[in-house]
Design a protein. Structure first.
Length: 242
């Protein structure tokens, strides 16, 4: 994916400690996060199905606290999956009620979540996005933690396979794979909750509905070669030519 970008000289990474950036509009700054969800899904393991906890990789728009994009993974994220998520986040969504689109000015990634991906930073730079790696401050981490707590209490807890504080899966799902959702099914449930619930309720940090604040303040910057980026995210051999 993004072979043209990955073959560029490696970007000098921007490191900072608890960087504070004032945002004046939506898409000024996104937080990138990856979290293991407390729910079991059906996953493939060579030739059989197994119960597995998915990883949620997502962005939070700092100004509006809305969610530009989210995807579920059954393996740890890498440059390929992260850029696939970026393509999804900046695109017009299939669900017309999910309004988020456009390129962010800055993407912040938490150093404590894993290794620094230099080629990912290079790809961001080629797309005109500043990529900042840092250890999230308590204030920044609070935004991502708050979103996950709401996702668990308002969405995941209602679904089969949810793992509560006692480490027990709801509905006897640990024994019966058939009642577990697939990754695609769970992703659709979460997307519906984001659009119809999370985006439509006033956020404690802003006092505004994330969807409304995003629409009122956003400066949309699209990418002319977005279609080719999406194609290349599916086919790693695809070259992007200007």
């Amino acid at each position: 994916m993004f072979n043209k970008y990955f073959n560029q000289p490696q970007t000098s990474l921007s490191f900072s400690k608890n960087r504070q950036v004032k945002t004046e509009s939506a898409n000024d700054r996104w937080l990138a996060e990856t979290v293991e969800l407390p729910i079991l899904i059906q996953a493939e393991d060579i030739s059989s199905k197994i119960a597995s906890k998915p990883l949620a990789e997502f962005y939070i728009d700092v100004h509006s606290q809305s969610i530009p994009g989210l995807q579920l993974l059954t393996n740890p994220p890498c440059q390929v999956t992260s850029l696939m998520l970026l393509a999804k986040a900046i695109s017009v969504k299939e669900n017309g009620r999910w309004k988020n689109m456009g390129l962010p000015a800055i993407v912040q990634r938490d150093l404590s979540r894993g290794g620094v991906q230099r080629s990912l930073a290079t790809a961001y730079e080629q797309l005109g996005i500043e990529c900042c790696f840092e250890t999230y401050s308590p204030g920044i981490q609070g935004s991502t933690d708050r979103f996950i707590r709401k996702l668990c209490t308002q969405c995941l807890q209602k679904l089969p396979g949810y793992i509560d504080s006692t480490e027990q899966a709801h509905g006897g799902a640990q024994c019966d794979l058939q009642i577990l959702l697939t990754r695609d099914e769970l992703e659709k449930e979460i997307e519906g909750w984001i659009v119809d619930n999370y985006h439509q309720r006033p956020h404690p940090k802003t006092g505004r509905k994330p969807a409304d604040l995003w629409e009122e303040s956003v400066h949309i910057r699209m990418l002319e070669i977005l279609d080719r980026i999406i194609i290349s995210s599916v086919n790693p051999e695809t070259e992007l030519r200007s």
